[in-house]
Design a protein around this ligand. Structure first.
Ligand code: LLP
Length: 852
């Protein structure tokens, strides 16, 4: 068990250590405690080493001794002999800096931090009833001499080769049950004390774990373990409960600070697991890093970012083909003591990255390197950059899930992409300034795309925010009503499946949430999401208007909603007769091309219309639902606006509204503010505009842990832009947000099949009822309603009965072991479910049931 500086700096912390050690003893384990120096002491010792003046050194030593006396006093302990000796040694060392040689003296002085804290700890633990032996780590850990070391690294950044040593184990077994020793220190072949450098105490614990072939190594720190991203940047980052050594090493090397990457390699060969635990919250599960290879689907495990990266781009001056040229180039890096991290090469260019954690990257070092390199090539230094790394075993097999993530990089300057040869990471080097905003977004996208498979609860624990944040993160599951309605749902399914069930209270709840947006003057429900008459009626009651895209929708809505409800007709590539008919109704008609006015201008004479424009970009949960940019068929490009206005003028048509809708499933609350601002500035050019319709597209999170759209933040954003352009009415036309969570699809289990490593679970309906997974890789939570609270022990591919390989409703779902006839619930099926279903294969259509 290893405890760091803050964990050993006060009496309550030592009482905590005592409890933890005692609890391991009751499990029957023998315990070796590895400690760091009291917090602040290593720095104080380094400071002492910097004083040239003997009197100042003596002063510094006295202050350090005093810190230990104070803690002893708190503990109400008499000064133990072991500590007294160490304190005396330190005072002597401070007084005489000459006899050892500068570096050996520094190592000896700094080693006292751990020597003193461990002596103090031994006394406290023994005194409080846990008999503890003090062990000198230097007797056990021997530093190895490596070819590339100089005197400084040999003494201040040493390495130990730790192979299981049964003799040591036997020796300790004979001595007692509980031991305490020092992190950070070892001894070299000449008998001098050496330091282990950065991450030293964790590394010591790992060395001891390997030497003793321990049951496990526990690193006790101030956070519960490793997370899927740095929680300071991404509060929604999830606890990683299980990792293998390589993944953990990769995450540690690419940015996670909780564990030093060095401390994993000693444990790999003897297969000793390492556990990271939170000292203040020992009940939390923590992260286990071990040899166990679990049968789980490949997943991105973490996204990390390292800042302060410098890129050195070397352009050929005609020498690349020569044998040995790269060796010459890299010799310069070696000569300047710079360690290269990533490499990208082309016929005439080699670009490498330098990581500040591995290098002393001051501008002098870079300038000296650049001037040497300039003798053999053209050099360009690009800084400051950041390396964003996706980590996960089998990264190459995950590429197809990353399209949405890769699309985000499309907008940025990506200087370099590197894929590690161990297939564990994919790294993008970008400008440093974009990272803080980008990272939370990428983390969400990875979850949304199913690349970071947070639904696998065996691997991914709670979010950092849920564990440490002030309030609970609203959990998607909390929005689901099916638990409360389980009995009714089971009864509905017992009568027949497949069936869609819609929960009207959820529709009303969502509607009221949107009605709370103070800046919005009019809300239209995009009926294409779900046309059930009861839903139309409920939303009409809530005061919604309706947005329709075809005469069919428009007729249906006219038949089912009161005459007072405002209507929008927003078709795309519709035939002439659609417009002709729509113009006979009370609907406000929108155009999004020049053609209708060019060819059927007379039809629109004297009318007021809405113009839908393309703002040049699309957004949304999948490429197929993004409705902007030159790759999409929607909207009038802004560069044709003047032509449109001329045509409108020529036919006496008034542009009363401006409209844009960029896509579906947007979870960024700033988006609609930008659309309003852009449309408002166009409206200023047009003059006749009185309302601005900023579209729909409000997303609902589908994966557990994905953040909900922040309606209060959206309210603020819209109020702000509205205040800048108060003379326009603000309209919206959401679909999904109102109905997605309100609907579920119920189906029954038909058959099971094992095939290779996969287990297929068949349902009595599939893509014919719900095409979203097949069409957009959409992720719908799937629940075995019959076995709602049984443990999820099986990993299933959930498929339907349709004769298409794409007939998969959910991949790699961890669920209870299922049986024929079990009722399965496919969640969030209220939007674009039934309306997109088909009679394909002539399977029965899913009926629709309303829950009031
Ligand atoms: N306004 C217009 C002009 C639209 O085209 C749409 C949706 C909406 C509003 C409503 O968007 P919503 O708030 O529902 O995101 N089938 C896809 C979604 C396609 C959306 C088509 N247009 C899906 O299942 O994700």
């Amino acid at each position: 068990m290893k405890f760091g500086g803050t964990s050993v700096a006060s009496l309550p912390r030592w009482q905590n250590i005592r409890e933890l050690v005692a609890s391991r003893r009751t499990e029957g384990a023998r315990v070796l405690v590895v400690v760091s120096a009291l917090s602040g002491i290593t720095d104080a010792l380094k400071q002492l080493c910097r004083h040239a003046d003997r009197a100042e050194r003596n002063e510094a030593a006295k202050a350090i001794v005093q810190r230990h006396y104070e803690l002893l006093e708190h503990m109400q302990l008499a000064l133990p002999g072991t500590l007294n000796e160490r304190l005396g040694d330190l005072v002597r060392l401070a007084d005489d800096s000459g006899s050892l040689g500068e570096l050996a003296w520094q190592a000896q002085v700094q080693a006292h931090g751990e020597l003193m804290s461990s002596a103090l700890g031994a006394a406290f633990l023994s005194h409080s009833g846990v008999t503890t032996q003090w062990l000198d780590a230097r007797e056990c850990l021997s530093a190895v001499a490596l070819p590339n070391q100089n005197e400084r690294t040999r003494l201040l950044s040493a390495m130990v080769e730790a192979k299981p040593d049964p003799a040591l184990n036997a020796r300790l077994a004979a001595l007692g049950e509980v031991f305490i020793t020092q992190g950070f220190i070892a001894r070299e072949s000449q008998g001098r004390t050496v330091l282990l450098g950065r991450g030293g105490s964790d590394t010591s614990a790992a060395y001891f774990g390997a030497l003793l072939k321990a049951q496990r190594v526990e690193i006790w720190t101030d956070v519960a373990g490793m997370f899927t991203a740095n929680p300071r940047q991404v509060p929604g980052a999830r606890l990683l409960q299980r990792l293998d050594y390589e993944e953990a090493q990769e995450i540690a090397s690419t940015g996670a600070k909780v564990l030093h990457p060095r401390c994993l390699s000693p444990l790999r060969e003897p297969r000793v697991p390492l556990l990271i635990k939170d000292t203040n919250r020992p009940e939390l599960e923590g992260t286990v890093i071990g040899p166990e290879v679990r049968a789980h689907a490949p997943s991105v495990k973490a996204i990390s970012a390292r800042k302060g990266i410098t890129l050195v781009s070397m352009e050929s001056v005609g020498m690349w083909q020569q044998v040995g040229f790269l060796a010459d180039v890299f010799a310069h890096f070696k000569q300047h003591g710079l360690s290269v991290d990533l490499i990208g090469s082309a016929e005439t260019n080699v670009t490498v990255s330098l990581d500040p954690t591995e290098n002393l990257l001051d501008s002098d070092a870079i300038a000296a390197l650049a001037s040497d390199l300039a003798k053999v090539c053209r050099v360009k230094v690009i800084a400051p950059c950041a390396a964003i790394t996706l980590v996960g075993r089998g990264m190459r097999s995950l590429l197809h899930t990353l399209s949405g993530v890769l699309a985000e990089f499309g907008q940025l300057r990506v200087h370099m992409i590197s894929q590690s040869s161990n297939n564990l990471n994919l790294t993008f080097v970008v400008d440093e300034e974009v990272v803080d905003l980008l990272l939370p977004h990428l983390h969400d996208l990875l979850i949304g795309a199913g690349a970071l498979r947070t639904d696998d609860s065996a691997l991914f624990g709670p979010s950092w925010q849920a564990l440490y944040g002030s309030g609970e993160v609203p959990d998607v599951a909390a929005a689901w009503w099916h638990e409360a309605e389980r009995d009714r749902l089971l009864q509905i399914a017992a009568e027949a499946t497949p069936r869609y069930v819609y929960h009207l209270p959820t529709v009303r709840h969502q509607a009221r949430e949107l009605k709370s947006l103070a800046a919005v003057d009019r809300l239209h429900y995009a009926v294409k999401a779900n046309t059930h008459p009861a839903i139309l009626a409920a939303l009409a009651e809530e005061g919604f208007g309706f947005e329709c895209v075809s005469p069919g929708e428009l007729k249906f809505v006219l038949a089912h909603v009161p005459e007072s409800a405002p209507l929008l007709f927003t078709p795309n590539f519709a035939p002439r007769e659609d417009y002709a008919w729509a113009l006979t109704t009370r609907a406000t008609v929108s155009l999004d091309a020049l053609y209708p006015l060019e060819h059927w201008g007379e039809l629109f004479r004297g009318r007021e219309i809405v113009l839908r424009v393309d703002l040049g970009r699309g957004l949304g949960h999948h490429e197929k639902v993004r409705t902007g940019g030159s790759g999409s068929k929607f909207g009038l490009p802004v560069d044709q606006l003047d032509d449109f206005l001329h045509l409108a003028d020529a036919h006496g048509v008034t542009v009363r509204g401006l409209h844009a809708h960029l896509g579906s499933g947007i979870l960024d609350d700033t988006h609609w503010g930008e659309v309003y601002a852009q449309l408002a500035s166009l409206a200023e050019r047009i003059g006749s505009v009185s309302f601005i319709d900023i579209g729909g597209g409000l997303g609902v999170p589908s994966h557990p842990g994905e953040a909900r759209l922040d309606i209060a933040a959206l309210d603020r954003v819209l109020r702000e832009v509205k205040a800048a352009y108060p003379h326009y009415q603000l309209w919206m036309e959401p679909g999904r947000y109102l109905v997605a969570d309100a609907g579920v699809l119920l189906a029954k289990v038909t058959q099971q099949k094992g095939k290779g490593a996969l287990r297929y679970l068949g349902l009595d309906t599939g893509m014919n009822s719900l095409i979203r997974p097949a069409l957009y890789d959409a992720w719908h939570e799937i629940v075995n309603l019959t076995r709602l609270h049984e443990p999820a022990t099986a990993l299933y591919q959930i498929v339907g009965p349709i004769c298409e390989s794409g007939d998969v409703l959910g991949s790699d779902r961890r669920l209870p072991e299922a049986a024929e006839g079990d009722v399965m619930l496919i969640a969030q099926a209220g939007a674009y479910g039934k309306v997109m279903s088909s009679p394909y294969n002539m399977r029965d259509e899913a009926e629709e049931i309303i829950l009031e």
